[in-house]
Design a protein around this ligand. Structure first.
Ligand SMILES: Cc1cc2nc3c(=O)[nH]c(=O)nc-3n(C[C@H](O)[C@H](O)[C@H](O)COP(=O)(O)O)c2cc1C
Length: 324
């Protein structure tokens, strides 16, 4: 049964939504659905599984995103996700990188709706947690609305009822993954049309959303919104999500109280042999708009690499935010 609330989620982002990042974001919002970075089936089946599945219990609700196109492997990995306690497993049909295309992972799968359906079916048969799909509105050469409807129809018949739509096409040759997040125009109108044509399915809108006002507006049409880059670069945006978008009572948190709460995690991380910047690189954006933001970023992105007392540098950064 699908009990995950996807009203607001933070997008899966390679190298960004690591468990350190998610731990930090969860301190700011209790309700946002968080996604892991994409993990390939090969990495989970043949690699350091424990590391790829690692998370802190506080991170729930939490979805694991998988990359792959072998149905049996995806089903095996979905089972691993469920056994590890993830709330949802998501299949990546949106990533346009050349590296993943060669392995039939990501956006190129939009050209193979039946294969995606077979994958979703086997995954769904293997687990009780929901299986969702994150996709584009098309790929070059296959970007008509009829083809998009064919994709959604075929995959939903296999048992997927929640689709996260990155509302632009992916151009599989000639653009880098980064360019593919900016150059193809955003078409919210096409994503919105899906909500009319498939009223029984859940559609989550992704791509270019920057403010909670925009979120509220999109939530009139869509079941949920997913933010990627803005949530990462301006994590304090999440501080109003629970109240404004989920109707929770306002929590009494400040940027510095969040950093104080993160401190024990950093202490433990260092005690276990981890490097402080692996945690602090994700929090640089929290000072956005504050006096001292530059100094804060400098301390946590430069000085902290050079020091043998990273906690002292961390405390200095908090003091800068407090204006001390
Ligand atoms: C650094 C980075 C890494 C990303 N990695 C993934 C990924 O692993 N899986 C995925 O489905 N999308 C990935 N994306 C795409 C985002 O999930 C999202 O769809 C895209 O950034 C558009 O949303 P935004 O405009 O809110 O950032 C990545 C984006 C960025 C910026």
């Amino acid at each position: 049964m699908n009990t995950v609330n996807r009203r607001f989620s933070v997008a899966p982002m390679m190298d960004w939504t690591t468990y350190e990042c998610r731990y930090f974001l969860r301190l700011i919002s209790k309700r946002a659905l968080l996604y892991t970075e994409m993990v390939t089936t090969g990495a989970l089946i043949y690699g350091d599984r424990a590391r790829f599945l690692q998370y802190d219990q506080s991170e729930h609700p939490l979805a694991l995103q998988l990359g792959g196109s072998n149905a049996a492997d995806l089903a095996t990995c979905a089972k691993m996700a469920e056994a590890a306690g993830y709330d949802e497993v998501n299949l990546n049909v949106g990533c346009p990188s050349d590296r993943v295309q060669n392995n039939m992972i990501g956006a190129c799968l939009m050209g193979h709706p039946q294969l995606v359906a077979d994958c979703v079916k086997q995954m769904q048969d293997a687990v009780q947690i929901p299986v969702t799909v994150k996709h584009r509105i098309g790929i070059n050469g296959r970007d008509s609305y009829a083809e998009l409807c064919d994709f959604i129809g075929t995959v939903s018949e296999a048992g997927c009822n929640s689709f996260t739509v990155h509302a632009r096409i992916a151009i599989l040759e000639g653009l880098s993954p980064k360019e593919n997040r900016d150059i193809p125009p955003l078409r919210y109108d096409i994503a919105a049309q899906l909500t009319t044509d498939f009223p029984d399915l859940e559609f989550i809108l992704n791509g270019g959303i920057k403010t909670l006002e925009e979120c509220s507006e999109h939530l009139k049409t869509f079941a949920g919104v997913m933010l990627g880059r803005e949530a990462y670069h301006n994590p304090w945006l999440l501080s109003e999500v629970d109240h404004q978008l989920f109707g929770d009572p306002q929590r009494d948190i400040t940027r510095t109280s969040i950093l104080e709460q993160l401190r024990p995690y950093l202490v433990k991380h260092i005690a276990q042999g981890g490097k402080a910047p692996h945690v602090t690189r994700h929090i640089l954006g929290i000072a956005q708009g504050f006096q001292g933001a530059r100094r804060f970023r400098q301390l946590l992105s430069a000085d902290i690499y050079k020091t043998d007392d990273p906690l002292r540098v961390y405390d200095q950064a908090i003091a800068v935010l407090e204006g001390r």
